[in-house]
Write a protein that binds this ligand. Sequence first.
Ligand code: MRU
Length: 376
Amino acid sequence: MKVNVAKRPGHYRTVTFDSQNNAVCLIEQRLLPHRFELVHTPDFKATARAIQTMIVRGAPAIAATAAYGLAQGARAFRSQGLEKFKRHLVTVYQTLKDARPTAVDPVNAMDQVLAGMSPGETVLEQQALALAAAEQFALESVAHCEAIGRHGAKLIRNGTRVLTHCNAGWLACVDIGTATAPIYTAQAQGRKFHVFTDETRPRCQGASLTAWELAQQGVSHQVIADNAAGHLMQRGEIDLVIVGSDRVLGRTGDIANKIGTYTKAVLAHRHKIPFYVAIPLSTIDWNLKSGFDIPIEEREESEVLGAWGILADPTRKTAQAGKRAYVRIANPTSGARNPGFDVTPADLISGIITPAGIFKPKELWRKRQQLGHPGC
Ligand code: MRU
């Protein structure tokens, strides 16, 4: 995606791999929108930490990171025996899988890498195949987002007011984004529309990341407080909701996404506003039978009790102005509960925008062959 860094335009992908140094290269998303920095993770443990600490985040982006992390761990193995290599791979796989539990994409991505390695008869062959498979996953992920854009853009007309939640943009993917793909495609097709982005407490991915992306792309947008969406819907100021997802159940059509998505879906249903979920194929979980079985990540209470940002002082240039800081917001003696995701049931969802077209949530299982079910 094109970004202006220090007023100079450049093209960046969220996740890439430096094969010479066996390092995964990531955009440090915790510093955005105030600073643009790239980081390199030197080994698979550091890659897992980058996922866990949200240097990189968003289901398709952590999927590509895990795929490269698995290849990175495989390539770092310095012995010959295939049995020992397999045991090492189990450790690498598990470390990356455990970094964040809700998104299914990292698991699907790593399974794809393992399948790509399997024809290799030696450790060396498997190491080479691992990187090729990870690259392949990342490229496919970009192609999926392009296709989501083509299918989803027809939902956006001149004058449409779109609501989105969290960041399901190019930062959450390798490039382009899922929920933002229809937006960018509609923009490229010359349509004029407006996007409301929920701030998305507690980590504020909407206010910091989606808003930054939309500004970089010149898309008309405003940040709204999470609690403002109901009011705008009631007044007829929102025509369409598009969100991403961290796990879509292929058997039921239920979806997990950033906390607050369920609330928006209930509101959209009440106000008869179409509610769409945009996903690459790696987001589909073909195994789980109920949304209640999706593991919901519980994160640190500090995220709810305070917020990160930069210290701003518009009137005086103090030494502290512009510095990144954590500010305590809540009462000092109170604790917090911080579930990172919620589950939206299929009956609240108008359609799932996939690279293969737009489907009703309940249609996914019937269309499983088209949607890449591994058994088909
Ligand atoms: O906790 P995050 O920032 O990794 O969560 C990401 C989301 O839930 C996004 O909303 C997104 O839709 C899923 S990734 C395209």
